[in-house]
Design a binder for this molecule. Structure first.
Ligand code: SAM
Length: 394
């Protein structure tokens, strides 16, 4: 989502006549896009701002955009007096106007407002992070309020884009030669546009299932989507994947914990059995679907027994990949009022135990690919060796 926001900001700046550079020492304005899902990400922002101070004699204007800007607001000025602009998560299109205000003599500007009426998601193909793969946001924000999570506060309530706008964007991307689109959002399967416009011809149990079939009808070669929220995961999503060859064979379904007690404290709205029913629908598909997930270890009150329930769940789910996070208390969330009683050492031990087991499990899955031919979209040179290329299968 942050990459998509940067692409959108770059589009607005280029349209306003700016040239873009990746070298801060060349820049008149430096924009730092930020994440606040975990404390470490937030701390990195301030480190980065300190580094930018000495970067050139030019003294570039510094703007902070994204979740840290939205949540901290004017407090950023207090912590980092060199910052000139604070640009909230829905102010991306107004960055050129904010720069103008500074150039017009204002000392510091801040915009934490909503998107303007009628604003369209406009990203120039030149600013996309890849000439082959495009991120297409379909829903912004979050209404779920999981007790650990900052997203509803940093990105506001769920707001779905119109289906006709999304379908038109995918059509254009296909014409421009893009091979793969990722439909993105905090909870893509909670997609609920104001009207059915653009979905009239598509069948589906939910608006998201209709959207998947409508996007498939554009004929773009590959469609991926992330993230799916377990409670809203309808089995018709699996049916749509089975019907449409261009819907890729991958579902990311974050479980967070294998203990019902912890899931309740996390306010996830699902227990282990509900989750496993969704997993079984995915695993029983006619196509072999990859399954990945997110897990938080060391949530307040997590006992060794709770953690072992998570280990059991991971064994049962046989994930193709897993993102593991140590719980990080986020100010203002309901969980931040709980006692963060799992020590840093315990969090680390649990993290490593889970990671080790996951590596063993996924290695068995990966070994199953040896000798098989799969279709890979090459995205560039490997970071590890000049001789190798890197890319993704479906
Ligand atoms: N909306 C998706 C969901 O809830 O399933 C994912 C959004 S979140 C940006 C990505 C992942 O970061 C979450 O699934 C969770 O595992 C992790 N995460 C979120 N808040 C966290 C926190 N306070 N501490 C540690 N990990 C966290």
């Amino acid at each position: 989502m942050n990459v998509a926001d940067s692409e959108r900001a770059a589009t607005a700046l280029r349209q306003a006549g700016y040239d873009l550079t990746l070298l801060p020492e060349m820049a008149d304005v430096v924009l730092v896009n930020t994440c606040s899902v975990r404390d470490r990400a937030e701390q990195k922002v301030y480190k980065r701002i300190r580094q930018l101070r000495g970067v050139s004699d030019k003294k570039p204007l510094i703007g902070i955009m994204g979740c840290v800007a939205q949540l901290e607001g004017t407090a950023v000025f207090a912590k980092a007096p060199d910052v000139d602009m604070i640009i909230g998560t829905r102010a991306t299109d107004r960055i050129p106007a904010l720069i103008e205000r500074i150039q017009g003599g204002e000392e510091a500007v801040i915009d934490l407002g909503e998107r303007a009426q009628g604003e369209v998601w406009d990203v120039s193909p030149l600013e996309r992070h890849s000439p082959f793969v495009a991120f297409v946001p379909i829903i912004e924000g979050c209404n779920k309020f999981c007790s650990f999570c900052i997203v509803p506060y940093s990105r506001g309530r769920e707001k779905s884009r119109s289906a006709s706008e999304i379908i038109e964007e995918v059509r254009r991307l296909r014409e421009l030669g893009f091979r793969e689109v990722h439909l993105i959002g905090q909870n893509v399967n909670s997609y609920r546009p104001r009207s059915d416009e653009g979905l009239e011809q598509s069948s589906g149990a939910t608006p998201f299932c209709k959207l998947l079939r409508a996007v498939s009808d554009t004929g773009i070669e590959r469609i991926k989507f992330t993230t799916s929220f377990p409670r809203d995961f309808h089995p018709d999503i699996v049916a749509a994947i089975e019907e449409c060859p261009n819907l890729c064979d991958w579902v990311h379904l974050p479980v967070q914990s294998g203990s019902d007690r912890i899931l309740r404290a996390m306010r996830r709205g699902h227990v282990v059995d509900d989750y496993l029913r969704r997993v079984d629908a995915i695993k029983n598909s006619k196509r072999r679907l990859s399954l990945t997930s997110d897990i938080i270890v060391g949530f307040p009150g997590e006992t060794e027994e709770d953690f072992q329930d998570t280990m059991k769940l991971v064994e049962r789910c046989q994930y193709d990949g897993l993102y593991i996070f140590k719980y990080s208390s986020r100010p203002g969330t309901p969980a931040s009022k709980l006692n963060d009683d799992v020590s840093e050492d315990q969090k680390k031990t649990r993290f490593l135990e889970l990671e080790n087991r996951q590596f063993q499990l996924q290695n068995i899955i990966y070994h199953g690919y040896i000798g098989r031919t799969v279709s890979v979209l090459v995205e560039g040179r490997s970071a590890r060796s000049e001789a190798d290329l890197t890319g993704h299968s479906t």
